[in-house]
Design a protein around this ligand. Sequence first.
Ligand code: PMP
Length: 396
Amino acid sequence: MDFQISNRMRGMKPSVIREILKQMSDPELISFAGGNPAADSFPAKEIAQFSAEMLEQDPVGVLQYSVTEGVPAAREAVRKFANRHYSVVKANDDLILVSGSQQILDFVTKCLCNEGDVVAVENPAFLGAFLSFRCYGTKLVGVSMEEDGVNLEELEKVFAAEPKPRFFYCIPNFQNPTGRTMSEAKRKAVYALSVKYGVPVLEDDPYGELRIAGQAIAPIKSLDETGNVIYAASFSKIMCPGMRLAYCVCDKTLMKSLVIAKQGSDVHTNVWSQRICAELLTRMDMEAHIQEIRGIYREKAQWMMQLLDEKCPEIRYIRPEGGMFLWGTLPENVQMQDFVKRCLDKKLAVVPGNAFLVDENQPCQNFRMNFSTPTKQQIKMGVEIMAAVLREMQLQ
Ligand code: PMP
């Protein structure tokens, strides 16, 4: 069969990271490439227990179709969780449970964008988001990043330009890939610009709970008095990604469209996952669990940074206050793609930084390292491989 692929999908490329991960079947490969949570952070014992109890006591409730917005008890548990530190769910907002926050990125674009529309994005940013946005034929306009978040002058120019962006995508906490955190002042400024120019903000916050240093900063959504901010958060990093469970909080008017988008896509989120999530939120000590994960990541991040300082002083990197990634910068005399390839030849996978840029062909000296998945031993071996590659390249 000679399939005629749609204009929308023709020319779309698979995610670089998912392609690298395909090579993971090689048991000798050390991966700093993925963004997987540490396997020892999964509440596997509790999930096994709650699952057995639910299937025993209410098999039909767990296995039957359910409502699109989410199982009521689970939605209520998640609403309380979302609001426990800040007022995230406002009076005019609704909350929907979705199959991973990737799905929110898809649905928001599906609901807000026509083909050819502009979406403003932090640049660099999460390439899975770019993929979702591009699947609807949108044009991405990148706004550069500074130490404390997006460049505000550039953002204002993009908001004021014609055509106006349909929304602005940002990851204020421990951004993927740079690990940067948007300052409180910038969050306020981004919200003010959103109101001034009428451009909604899509605040993607899958890593917010994973703070390993510094003081917590309120999400942009907590400042929202006008319904401008669409908030996305996920249980992938604090429960487990295999459950595919996340939530979106936004103004009720937009939520109506999101619900229809979901009906046309997967009808509703996996009921078993939602019910397990509700049990974990109500019966497990989530705060202690989150503290434990933070402890694991703090130790791994510090270990990776210490080894980089010792063995690869030429690599500069941003010290993240949380999340899962370090964003490395290579010296000018080291060609980044060549460095990444040589690391892979020596069985270390890292992600070339240009994969996260709106324009992948721009010059780029960066690469992304993940510290949550590898063991401490693998982190050491991986950094040693990078040191050997740097020696090899600088000697030539
Ligand atoms: N947003 C960002 C910034 C991410 O890094 C990821 C994946 N790690 C996602 C969204 C999607 O996560 P999930 O679908 O597992 O909730």
